[in-house]
Ligand binder design. Structure first.
Ligand SMILES: Nc1nc2c(ncn2[C@@H]2O[C@H](COP(=O)(O)OP(=O)(O)OP(=O)(O)O)[C@@H](O)[C@H]2O)c(=O)[nH]1
Ligand SMILES: [Mg+2]
Length: 368
């Protein structure tokens, strides 16, 4: 007797369900090629990921940050999250916390481990010098590992290696405004490669030789530096830029201006560029991530200044983004913001002009 119509439908549904289990839906995000960076159809979802690095002691803080990010924009945008930890750190995260994260992010967050290469103190370093630096400059080994990871490795980690747009957030952050648009799409539509909110100076006494090393690198690699790179962001005035190009600049010529990169949306080509990868490799050999406290914020900024033009960067000013309880921009007259322009937001200045109005090298000065 032939099977009834309803049995046939039931069977096909079962087969379909089994197939879905065996072959989960293919990647939900379409890749952009670099040539598609020009204005694109907003119906194509950017291939982007939001990622954080955190030790177990910051899991609760991360949960609050994720809840805020979901409420402010990502429940709508639905970007996936990757939460980076070392293997040992990950083993210390409770199932209860994992389930909370799963719930808050509607299953879009996954934990990933940092590779040993990107975390362990490199074997070519002198351990006694590292120890001396930890005692004299301060900043824990974990902090320095974090700075090195963000300086040279995050984009290479297998968990985010297939994403084109990389959106870093820290655990100690809060958005005071709803974000009703897609910031990644905005970068793409505007043909930008890097998005930031704020610029801050970093201290030089904890990284006494970073600037002179960057200047030496610049002088030995000037042939690969793009002609309109925004060198004036990190080197003071015409004379500072010229000295830097000659390999003779150090802290006095360094503006110490840094992208405040606890919020940072970047296209991976920024980090994969010949200039940036060679710059990081050079710094790594010099050992300053552990002999001093070279931070990822100035390292990124020195690298960006050597590789990007002013017009390849975008600032976001309407997010009410705050890091670690410090000063932030509470935008005027935006119903979607819940911040007060008193307290930490009072008198806030984002220093964005330090990138966009930076000194430009006179055309005939290159290489002189
Ligand atoms: N896995 C791991 N993550 C860390 C460690 N230290 C810091 N992080 C993460 O790295 C990010 C930046 O760390 P913070 O300590 O907030 O550093 P910061 O804001 O640059 O520095 P301060 O302004 O000096 O506090 C945060 O998201 C932390 O969760 C660590 O030892 N292990
Ligand atoms: Mg912080």
């Amino acid at each position: 007797m032939p099977p009834s119509r309803s049995k046939l439908i039931l069977c096909s549904l079962l087969v379909f369900a089994v197939l879905l289990l065996i072959f989960p839906s293919h990647k939900a995000y379409v890749s952009y090629t670099t040539s598609q960076l020009s204005p694109s159809s907003s119906t194509i979802k950017p291939n982007a990921v939001i990622f954080m690095l955190l030790p177990p002691s910051r899991v609760h803080q991360a949960i609050l940050a994720l809840y805020n990010v979901e409420n402010r924009f990502n429940r709508r945008l639905k970007y996936p999250y990757v939460l980076f930890m070392t293997e040992d750190e990950l083993a210390a995260v409770s199932n209860e916390d994992k389930k909370k994260i799963d719930w808050i992010t509607e299953g879009r967050a996954k934990f990933a481990t940092v590779t040993k290469e990107s975390w362990d103190i490199p074997s070519h370093l002198d351990k006694s010098l590292v120890q001396h630096s930890l005692e004299s400059i301060g900043f824990s080994t974990g902090y320095r590992q974090m700075c090195r990871f963000y300086s040279g490795f995050f984009w290479r980690n297998p968990a985010i290696a297939n994403y084109e747009w990389l959106w870093r957030l820290d655990t100690d952050i809060e958005f005071h405004c709803d974000i009703p648009y897609d910031p990644v799409q905005r970068l793409i539509d505007s043909n930008k490669l890097y998005g930031f909110i704020q610029i801050s100076p970093d201290a030089d006494f904890v990284q006494p030789s970073l600037a002179s090393n960057a200047s030496y690198f610049l002088s030995t690699h000037s042939h690969i530096i793009p002609p309109n790179a925004n060198l004036g962001f990190v080197w003071s005035g015409q004379s500072g830029i010229k000295k830097a190009l000659q390999g003779q600049a150090s802290n006095p010529e360094w503006t110490r201006m840094c992208m405040y990169n606890n919020f940072e949306i970047s296209h991976r080509s920024v980090w994969e560029s010949e200039v940036y990868t060679k710059f990081f490799d050079y710094l790594e050999q010099e050992g300053g991530f552990f002999y001093e406290r070279w931070s990822d914020s100035p390292v990124h900024s020195l690298g960006l200044a050597m590789s990007l033009r002013k017009d390849q960067v975008m600032q976001f000013t309407d997010m009410g983004y705050q890091h670690q309880g410090w000063g932030y921009e509470c935008p005027q007259q935006l119903d979607r913001c819940t911040c007060l322009r008193e307290g930490p937001a009072k008198g806030f200045h984002d220093n964005a002009e330090r990138w966009f109005n930076a000194t430009e090298l006179q055309a005939d000065s290159w290489g002189t």
